[in-house]
Ligand binder design. Sequence first.
Ligand SMILES: Cc1cc2nc3c(=O)[nH]c(=O)nc-3n(C[C@H](O)[C@H](O)[C@H](O)COP(=O)(O)OP(=O)(O)OC[C@H]3O[C@@H](n4cnc5c(N)ncnc54)[C@H](O)[C@@H]3O)c2cc1C
Length: 410
Amino acid sequence: MPDTSPSSFDAIVIGAGAAGLFCAGIAGQLGLKVLLVDHAEKVAEKIRISGGGRCNFTNRELDPRQPHRHFLGENPHFCRSALARYTPQDFIALVQRHGIPFHEKHKGQLFGDRSSEDFIRMLLAECGAGGVTHWQPCTVQSVRHGSSGYELQTSRGAVRAPAVVIATGGLSIPKIGATDFGHRIAQQFGLRVVQPRPALVPLTFDGEAWAPFAQLAGLALPVRIATGQKKERIAFDEDLLFTHRGLSGPAVLQISSYWREGTPLLVDLAPGADLAHELLQAKARSRKLLANELAQWVPSRLADAWTGQDPAWQRPVNEAGDKALQQLAQRFSAWELVPTGTEGYRKAEVTAGGVDTKALSSQTLESRQPGLYFIGEVVDVTGWLGGYNFQWAWASAHACAQGLAATLRS
Ligand SMILES: Cc1cc2nc3c(=O)[nH]c(=O)nc-3n(C[C@H](O)[C@H](O)[C@H](O)COP(=O)(O)OP(=O)(O)OC[C@H]3O[C@@H](n4cnc5c(N)ncnc54)[C@H](O)[C@@H]3O)c2cc1C
């Protein structure tokens, strides 16, 4: 008679992305018998496309003592423990051990010199060193918990383990395999999911008010962008990019994680310049068109589009009234605009929201449901642009693997 009993493992990790690969490798190297399962054809597609194909794998500016500076979620302090126990320096040391060349770009962001493939190969090698069994593509049809632990029905047969790690990520970029699997499993076991929403995502605008700016697609400039009420205002100094449908670029991606539907953004298009003072000075000595004066601080296409909004601004600066100049300067440095929406999960780099951190241990990422763990983006922890999301994936995976080893070997 053929043996039809399910294969047994110490832990089954579902999702072979950043967090799942890293967790499986460490747990395997700590002596656990690990199965890693993923439904996608190709391994770690998100790492492959990350950082423009070069993977912004961490950020040197991350301060685990102040996680709220670079992470959001209902409890931005939840990630402190994992981030403190596995730091950017720890991951950099691993990257160096694998001989992967990298460089720092902007504000502490570290990128591979060659390609994201280097990091995927490194993670697969770490899994190999841990003797991890890797089934991919493999679909998980059901997850049940009974007296003998967890039993999973998969497209490659039934498997059993005392622990299951959910590392299936968020909802962004469904065409490369993103699903709500993790959220559904959380709900199946009675764990709350904080309403997911697209984050690090371009914002869209429509209607007549946007018409003067639609022609600016492709234009980029440094700005200060802010959202929120005065007391809790969040601001970023980054580049803004005009697109066909609205705004993108690092400034907008960063602010999008904090922006709430129906609320305005405030953009200073000439940060650092006292535009009212400068224009009033120019009035005394120049006969140039106002658009040409403005073009000293911003690209001329933007200066033209901006002055085109009001006939009082379409004249030589020396002929413009003081009030018109002050109004132009005021609106230019505090451009208030209400996005109609976002480009959605199709374009979002991450998903904000996810499994409620109140249901998880910050030490091990185990949930209130014993033996069920959640790591990476599926959790309600969202990092800023710049390598913070990968560092959360590495750190939460590391904390989970340590927790698994401590529990399963005791
Ligand atoms: C275009 C883009 C660029 C990015 N660039 C960066 C960057 O440079 N730096 C940075 O820090 N972050 C970046 N991010 C974010 C980063 O990629 C994610 O935060 C990170 O990959 C999350 O890791 P994870 O392991 O939780 O999820 P993922 O890496 O998304 O892995 C989840 C895995 O689970 C699998 N899965 C999903 N559903 C199922 C299911 N039902 N059954 C089985 N398997 C399933 C998926 O196939 C996938 O392999 C980028 C994201 C995008 C979209």
